[in-house]
Design a protein around this ligand. Structure first.
Ligand code: G3P
Ligand code: CA
Length: 293
């Protein structure tokens, strides 16, 4: 069991309450709402994106689903980071000057473990690390959360689909319960989603993008979800997606991104989406709840 860092007394009380009743609280809240709220890169408006602090911030808000981005280091380890460069969200430029453009794939895990992935966001998060996939999965498990995992730029990392699935299996995330209820793998790269589906047909998958309606049957051969940018859709598009059945015989779902304000959340819910991915998941959950969706 991981010992969670606690920043304040108020945070400690919230954290204690959440750790006592994480599953019951968060999952009961979800049952009443058809629209799922997903914490984008964790609750990344409140803690540095893609860190364990962002996963915990989501849990403290009662948010069950978190989204992340998986990439690979020079020595073949899987880590969680959004940009293909470490520059924006760590102090890599200070620690390793002269190694521009500081790409994830040019650094070993040992080097990445030396980086501060929290100070850029706030001094309060100084010392936060770039998590390994293994540490990340342990945190999500400890919090009784669910994961929308993105394979980020998989074209840079040949074989990352098989490697990720292997690690998920070793971490206990490919058993019946996790596969059925707690895991979705998505990517902007259709070939990568197709590969995941071919390697593990039981795993739920998502394609990130807004394919034309005529193209949907092609995607439905390997993706259970079509996950578009929120400005790119309307009710007719969502309805068209729902009319197509995915590889598991169920209507394709739509998780849209990245919605951070109540009016757009209400609009997306009204369009019929199944999920809303947000940096401010509490704002979105509360706004959608009021609509009864
Ligand atoms: O999950 C949707 C969203 O994460 C896709 O965009 O750039 O934030 O990875 P991005
Ligand atoms: Ca992402």
């Amino acid at each position: 069991m991981r010992i969670r860092p606690v920043a304040t007394v108020a945070g400690a009380l919230v954290g204690l309450a959440a750790s006592m009743l994480p599953a019951a609280g968060a999952q009961a809240a979800e049952r009443h709402h058809k629209v799922v709220t997903i914490a984008h890169r964790g609750a990344s408006a409140y803690a540095p994106e893609n860190t364990l602090a962002a996963v915990d911030a989501a849990a403290d808000l009662g948010i069950t689903w978190v989204e992340n981005d998986v990439q690979r280091t020079k020595d073949g380890e899987l880590v969680i980071l959004h940009d293909t460069s470490l520059a924006r969200t760590t102090n890599v430029e200070q620690v390793f000057p002269g190694r521009a453009p500081w790409n994830v794939g040019d650094f070993t895990l040992k080097e990445i473990e030396q980086l501060d992935a929290g100070s850029w966001f706030s001094p309060k998060f100084a010392g936060e690390r770039v998590p390994t996939l293994e540490d990340y999965m342990d945190a999500v498990e400890d919090n009784d959360q669910k994961l929308l995992m993105e394979l980020k730029a998989p074209e840079l990392y040949p074989g990352i689909e098989r490697q990720t699935l292997k690690e998920l299996r070793e971490d206990g995330w490919l058993d019946r319960d996790h596969v059925k209820n707690r895991l979705i793998v998505q990517s902007f790269n259709a070939d990568s989603v197709k590969k995941v589906h071919s390697l593990r047909r039981d795993v739920k998958t998502g394609f990130l993008g807004t394919p034309g309606v005529a193209e949907l049957p092609k995607y439905a051969a390997f993706a259970d979800q079509i996950n578009p940018q929120y400005k790119s859709i309307d009710a007719a598009y969502v309805s068209a997606v729902h009319k197509v059945k995915g590889p598991h015989g169920r209507p394709l779902e739509v998780f849209t991104w990245t919605v951070d304000d109540a009016p757009n959340a209400v609009k997306a819910a009204g369009q019929g989406v199944d999920g809303i991915i947000s940096n401010k998941p509490d704002v979105i959950r509360d706004a959608v709840k009021k609509t009864g969706r």
